[in-house]
Design a protein around this ligand. Structure first.
Ligand code: NOJ
Ligand code: MG
Length: 588
């Protein structure tokens, strides 16, 4: 064989091999029996915008309780709540002044207990947001720390000023997520304190054993009140290096990044420190102890980590510290845009499994309160395709409230802006940073304020789009809606093929992504997603699936799709309109 032919032959084999073999890393995990959290859909509730029960324009706990039947109807069995604790609300409740109490705006501890009890009756588990990196500057610990009252003196990260040419300077160049120096001078104490977020959010010090214990008690407090786990806020920022060296500049800060923006530096000394992984292992033990002492049901830890993929994966823990714990997979949010093609999606999924440690639970996050809503970020036409994707891949799906109806971002003017990130950027640049658009109230129906509140003014304006996009219009079973696509997907993912089946991903041409799930002696499923804005005609008959067939059944069809749910189609020719997407099966 001549050299060129030999080369072509080898490449040919490689390509065929990659194209038809299931993704390897998932096998061991797939075979295992699953605990409740491992294939759950975690539905994120943003409490202030979910449902207002007392007409003050702010969502609250009783409002969430009233809406539990909605969660039940879409089939969600676990909900995580963004912070509901006592807070001056400088950063949407992530500035907490009492970790063990409810903010009066949201209700009382009794309301919380009622919510958990009612949710339990409906088989819905409640997960809370645990915010360990910082407290509010109004927390009693901080006030005592300023005054050096023991044991609070070193509960926070304090540092002496650097004197340069006779003037007081922060100890180093560290920058806050919300712009400018991460250090704030406190006159009374005569030192700087660290705040990786807003000035009103001083960083807690995990080198202090009393603080470490206090925060464990916070976990115990809420588990005693019936919560099933925690979403851990910004875990990578938990600990910083002690010697406080300057951070280097980011080699690729991006066009919109200014020197006082967080993106300007490479945060190697303020993120992913060894002690952070150690503290996490201790929290897992606290959760395990609780479950061992009570109902033996695992309590889950979901970690917010925007770290590089290798560092992110380390939050899964090692052999000695496993358990119900996973770092959010934010790569759909970070790495895919409206412009991404099917190969980008395939690469992202396969790359994720390449890094995923053996035996760990994969997860897929589509949206949250920090990112533009899916329709606005990825294109309205792709809403169903993306829900199909996260709901039919192996493992956990994380969904943000409103994704079940394809709610888009609201418009929030500069005058109405609440988000400190937007406010700190100033009127000219606030739209680059503000997270308010994805936080506007949920659209329930076409009544006043979209059925969210009876108030004359809501904390953020209700988007005008509620008239077309709302739960009430989309919920009836006979309506072709995002809601019914979402609901059908949640039902479908209970099938054993989705729980335990292997995954293969293929790109057909530039725009069509096919995710195949297969399990011995069970029907196979194909999520066929047209990510492009053009018509596509594809042939699925040569895809090797174990129960090979020329016919396929439509299990789920995107809104407006030509072929309806329940139809039997020929695998040889499938015509897809722009963004038209289906979940198909061999379950004829
Ligand atoms: C991540 C949260 O999701 C975000 O909303 C908040 O501003 C920061 N952490 C600080 O707590
Ligand atoms: Mg209210």
């Amino acid at each position: 064989m001549n050299k060129i032919l030999q080369f072509v032959f080898i490449i040919g084999i490689v390509v065929t091999f990659v194209a038809t073999n299931p993704i390897e890393t998932s096998e061991e995990w797939l075979a295992a029996d699953k605990e409740w959290w491992q294939t759950a859909v975690f539905y994120q509730i943003y409490p202030r915008s979910f449902q207002d029960s007392d007409g003050d324009g702010n969502g609250d706990l009783n409002g969430i309780r009233e809406r539990l039947p909605h969660l039940k109807d879409i089939g969600v069995t676990s909900a995580w709540l963004s912070p509901i604790y006592k807070s001056p609300q400088v950063d949407g409740g992530y500035d907490i002044s009492d970790f063990k109490d409810i903010d009066p705006m949201f209700g009382t501890l009794e309301d919380f207990d009622k919510l958990v009890a009612e949710a339990k009756k409906l088989d819905i588990k409640i997960v809370l947001d645990f915010v360990p990196n910082h407290s509010s500057d109004k927390h009693e610990w901080f006030e005592k720390s300023i005054k050096r009252i023991e044991p609070y003196t070193s509960f926070y990260v304090w540092a002496d000023a650097k004197i340069v040419n006779g003037t007081r300077q922060p100890p180093n160049n560290w920058i806050s997520w919300f712009r400018k120096s991460a250090w704030e001078w406190n006159e009374e104490r005569g030192q700087y304190y660290l705040h990786q977020f807003a000035i009103q959010q001083p960083d807690l010090n995990y080198r202090n054993p009393f603080l470490v214990e206090e925060m464990k008690n916070v976990l115990r407090f809420w588990m005693d009140r019936g919560v099933s786990g925690f979403r851990v806020d910004t875990l990578p920022s938990l600990v910083e290096v002690e010697s406080s060296p300057d951070e280097p500049l980011n080699p690729n800060p991006g066009d919109d990044c200014l020197p006082e923006d967080h993106c300007y530096h490479d945060h190697i000394y303020t993120n992913d420190q060894p002690l952070t992984y150690d503290i996490l292992a201790q929290w897992r033990d606290v959760l395990k102890e609780h479950s061992a002492a009570t109902d033996k049901v695992p309590r889950v830890i979901m970690i917010e980590s925007a770290s590089r993929i290798d560092l992110n994966m380390r939050y899964y823990g090692n052999e000695t510290h496993d358990g119900a714990c996973f770092p959010f997979n934010f790569f759909i949010i970070f790495n895919l845009t409206k412009e991404s093609d099917a190969t980008d999606y395939k690469y992202l999924i396969e790359n994720y499994f390449t890094y995923l440690p053996k035996g760990r639970t994969p997860n897929w996050v589509l949206g949250n309160h920090d990112r533009n809503r899916v329709g606005s970020r990825m294109g309205v036409g792709r809403i169903d395709a993306l829900n199909m994707l996260i709901m039919t891949l192996p493992g956990v799906a994380i969904s943000y409230n409103g994704e079940e109806i394809g709610q888009e971002d609201g418009y929030v003017s500069w005058e109405d802006t609440q988000d400190p990130w937007g406010l700190n950027a100033g009127e000219d640049r606030y739209l680059l940073f503000t997270r308010d658009p994805e936080r506007t109230p949920l659209h329930w129906d076409t009544t006043k304020n979209a059925g969210f509140s009876t108030a004359n003014k809501t904390w953020l304006p209700v988007s005008e789009k509620y008239k077309e996009t709302n739960v009430k219009a989309q919920a009836p079973a006979n309506v072709d809606s995002h809601y019914n696509v979402y609901k059908t997907l949640i039902q479908l993912r209970k099938k054993s093929t989705f729980q335990n089946g292997e995954l293969t991903v293929q790109a057909i041409g530039k725009n069509v992504l096919v995710a195949i799930r297969e399990l011995k002696n069970s029907p196979s499923y194909l999520s066929v997603l047209n990510l492009g804005d053009q018509n596509e005609i594809i042939d699925l008959s040569n895809i090797e699936i174990n129960s090979a067939t020329k016919k396929l059944k439509v299990e789920v069809a995107s809104v407006g799709a030509k072929i309806k749910k329940g139809s039997i189609i020929s695998a040889e020719k499938l015509e897809l309109g722009p963004n038209e997407s289906y979940v198909l099966s061999t379950d004829l």
